[in-house]
Design a protein around this ligand. Structure first.
Ligand code: BGP
Length: 478
């Protein structure tokens, strides 16, 4: 609908920004930290852009005070970061590493010193390598217990000061890339194993939420999900059906489980026919029903546009654009479901990601109408090339991107969606998992690239000052 006037952003809106441990911390072997699957995966030549890794990343581990002081200067109300499981438990389970807890205690205290609300992600993809070696990581039900114990240690250590917890970050991404596309660790290409590992991740997620509620900790918890709504290419009824199939398979297959404890029946029925459905027991169903979150974390980057599929078979590998050369990705087709096509109304970034501000309103409205749960936007941002010139970075494209998305969020709030806050991706520039350091997202530029760590100095971009003003005026001045 078209509003004549927009509501203001809520009074205690969490104006934030986000990061993830592997992408910023570095110090990958300091103070007792164990290796994660990303520490080892990236060392295999050809897995990432120019073989980049997070050994040093942007050295946040050693520059916590400097980085948090910059957050305070910007005026952030919230900062979302993740905890590296292998800093707390170097082997994933067993002996606890106190130095790991100390590091995050220091970060949390530093944030609170400036009244910045910590939003803690328990798992952002960096599984301890030891658990991959011991029992195959997400493919074993043993991980449910280990993940829950690890989370309880965090709740006990930090919940006196932390009010917002993210259980899993983008289960849909780490599972499909890890077990189907083979582009994330453990680099498996097996659709049946993917659905099996995914079910175990669902159980682990529910188990942690259940433990949080049972433990009576204060605060709220929910998963962060990478949700990009799908549009039908046009009003051809076959394309409309393809849109429904795509959303159920790629979105509601996870969101329904989180919000209702149940898989969508249509997807499960097809998986059963194909003998791909995960083994599910009655006890599993009970556990999933206990894992309903307080909110849905939304990571929104783009929408998809689909036509009906005309093929029965996968036609070779899907090519992703990890180089930043526009137009180098190929369009995906899911046999018998849908073919992804370019949306003629929308532009794309240099990494071929569709730019669609209205899409975030569509995502928010869909979550509201399907689940009636509040939404915490835990990621949204633009990855682009930036240029440092005389200590300045002019990034009007990023300001325009964020401004337009915030406008649509305000529209959604006016529609009636409950939005708790907005975390941009990301605060500083950081390592993009597969795209190196040249794909920059931050308000703060970091002087480093793929070939050299250079000075690692921090520089404020124009978008830094723009977001400062937005927060100062509680979104009145977008
Ligand atoms: C999300 C991840 C983030 C971040 C972001 C940008 O899927 O949760 O960790 O990396 O995407 O993606 P990329 O780095 O591939 O551009």
């Amino acid at each position: 609908m078209r509003h004549s006037e927009l509501d203001s952003f809520p009074k205690h809106f969490l104006w934030g920004s986000a990061s993830a441990a592997y992408q910023v911390e570095g110090a990958y072997q300091d103070n007792g930290k164990g290796l994660s699957v990303w520490d080892t995966f990236v060392k295999q030549p050809g897995t990432t852009f120019k073989n980049t890794n997070g050994d040093v990343a942007v050295d946040h581990y050693h520059r916590v005070k400097e980085d948090v002081a910059l957050m305070a200067e910007l005026g952030l109300k919230a900062y979302r970061f993740s905890i590296a499981w292998s800093r707390i438990f170097p082997n994933g389970n067993g002996d606890l590493n106190q130095a790991g807890l100390d590091f995050y205690n220091q970060l949390i205290d530093e944030l609170l010193k400036y009244s910045i609300e910590p939003i803690v992600t328990i798992y952002h993809w960096d599984l301890p390598q030891a658990l991959q070696d011991e029992y195959g990581g997400w493919e074993s039900r043993q991980i449910i217990e280990d993940f829950t114990n690890y989370a309880k240690v965090l709740f006990d250590a930090f919940s006196d000061r932390v009010n917002y917890w993210i259980s899993l970050n983008e289960q849909n991404v780490f599972i499909t890339h890890g077990y189907l596309l083979g582009t994330h660790p453990p680099a498996v290409h097996d659709v049946k194993r993917m659905f099996a590992a995914n079910h175990i991740a669902n159980l682990a997620n529910a188990s942690v939420i259940k433990a949080f509620k049972k433990g009576g900790y204060k605060g709220q918890i929910g998963p962060s999900f990478n949700y990009g709504p799908a549009y039908a290419f046009d009003s051809n009824p076959l394309n409309v059906l393809a849109k429904i199939d795509t959303e159920e398979l790629m979105g509601f297959f996870w969101l329904d489980v989180y919000a209702t404890g149940k898989y969508p029946r249509t997807v499960i029925k097809q998986l059963e026919k194909l003998q791909l459905a995960p083994v599910t027991t009655e006890a599993d169903q009970e556990l999933l029903a206990c894992g309903i979150p307080d909110f849905i974390g939304l990571n929104y980057y783009q929408t998809a546009t689909v036509k009906a599929s005309t093929t029965d078979f996968f036609s070779g590998e899907m090519k992703m654009n990890n180089s930043g050369k526009k137009g180098t990705s190929t369009e995906m087709e899911i046999p018998r479901v849908s073919k992804f096509v370019k949306n003629p109304y929308l532009e794309q970034t240099n990494w071929d990601w569709t730019i669609d501000p209205i899409g975030i309103r569509v995502a928010l409205r869909t979550i509201e109408s399907r689940y009636q749960l509040p939404v915490l936007i835990t990621e949204n941002g633009l990855g682009e090339y930036d240029k440092l010139e005389n200590g300045e970075i002019h990034d009007p494209y990023r300001i325009e991107y964020l401004q337009k998305h915030l406008h649509e969020i305000q529209e959604a709030i006016t529609d009636g969606v409950q939005v708790l806050g907005y975390c941009t991706w990301s605060f500083t520039d950081l390592l993009s998992w597969l795209n190196g350091y040249q794909k920059r997202y931050g308000f703060v530029y970091i002087d480093r690239d793929e070939t050299s760590e250079r000075t690692l100095n921090r520089y404020k971009k124009d978008s830094f000052y723009w977001y400062q003003k937005v927060i100062e005026t509680n979104g009145e001045h977008l």
